[in-house]
Design a protein around this ligand. Structure first.
Ligand SMILES: NC(=O)c1ccc[n+]([C@@H]2O[C@H](COP(=O)([O-])OP(=O)(O)OC[C@H]3O[C@@H](n4cnc5c(N)ncnc54)[C@H](OP(=O)(O)O)[C@@H]3O)[C@@H](O)[C@H]2O)c1
Length: 247
């Protein structure tokens, strides 16, 4: 992959930070987006001190108009992004009997509306240029809801289906769409979770994600044993799945 310009949300920590550092080490210019300017500046300085190229873009993906304006400004400043990575995401773990709308609103705002707004902000420009690559970080959670994670699983089901729809429509435009579905990755998002089979480090996840970006894969699922487990669970009849996860 020749040196390119890449916009990535959620670059201040976790998976986004690891992906940004990996791509920057290959010579790409990274535009690092999230809310925490101080953390983004640290990531940028790490990239610059290693001889790479990066800039900071403080954005809140829950403000779609401001996000779109900021992404278009940065697109003008840098002469056009080749790749947009919608990675920012949040979760909440709560038993549905105590779940409130306030609990799940951030998931809808960030993982659904924010992710969609990030994917769409530069899409008309990419279509006009006849090239571009949209990458979304969904999750293996898109296959089945898991206990206490109703809204998170639903948000990732939306995002994966949304990306499939975009891919169908964009087939002849030169714009590629890559849906990345990780299993458990050791970041703040899952801190406190008890059972995390086949857990990966952020760097291990970043290697898989960057490889999928290079290949312009339609879908990338990892780690393999977790992906196989989730695909098997998806095929179980509902009653059998409910019994399997009942405490
Ligand atoms: N960790 C896992 O096991 C796992 C598995 C599958 C998929 N994923 C997905 O991978 C992605 C990254 O997750 P992670 O594990 O790296 O989580 P993380 O360490 O908690 O990082 C989340 C990132 O999202 C950003 N973010 C959150 N709300 C935002 C907002 N309103 N506007 C802009 N940025 C916002 C955060 O930055 P600021 O706080 O600075 O804004 C942070 O950089 C998410 O989409 C997640 O669903 C994670």
């Amino acid at each position: 992959m020749a040196a390119s310009k890449i916009f990535i949300t959620g670059a201040s920590q976790g998976i986004g930070r690891a992906v940004a550092l990996t791509l920057a080490s290959e010579g790409h210019h990274l535009c690092l987006a999230a809310r925490n300017t101080e953390a983004l500046t640290q990531v940028r300085d790490e990239i610059l001190s290693a001889g790479g190229a990066a800039s900071v873009c403080t954005v809140d993906v829950t403000e779609p108009e401001a996000l779109t304006d900021r992404m278009r400004e940065a697109d003008d400043e840098l002469g056009g992004f080749d790749t947009v990575i919608a990675n920012a995401g949040v979760t909440v773990g709560r038993w549905s009997g105590k779940l409130t709308y306030e609990d799940i609103a951030p998931i809808l705002d960030v993982n659904v509306k924010g992710a969609a707004a990030t994917m769409l902000a530069l899409l008309p420009r990419m279509v006009a240029r006849k090239r571009g690559h949209l990458v979304g970080i969904s999750s293996l959670a898109r296959y089945r809801a898991t206990p206490k994670m109703a809204a998170y699983s639903a948000s990732k089901a939306f995002f994966s289906a949304f990306m499939e729809g975009l891919r169908l429509d964009l087939q002849t435009t030169g714009v590629a769409v890559t849906d990345i579905r990780p299993g458990f990755v050791d970041t703040e998002l899952v801190a406190g979770m008890k059972r995390m089979p086949f857990l990966l480090s952020p760097d291990q996840a970043a290697q898989k994600i960057v490889s999928a970006i290079h290949r312009k894969a339609r879908v990338a699922e990892f780690p393999f044993p977790m992906a196989r487990l989730m695909r098997t669970l998806a095929r179980l009849p509902d009653a059998a799945y409910e019994r399997a996860v009942r405490r």
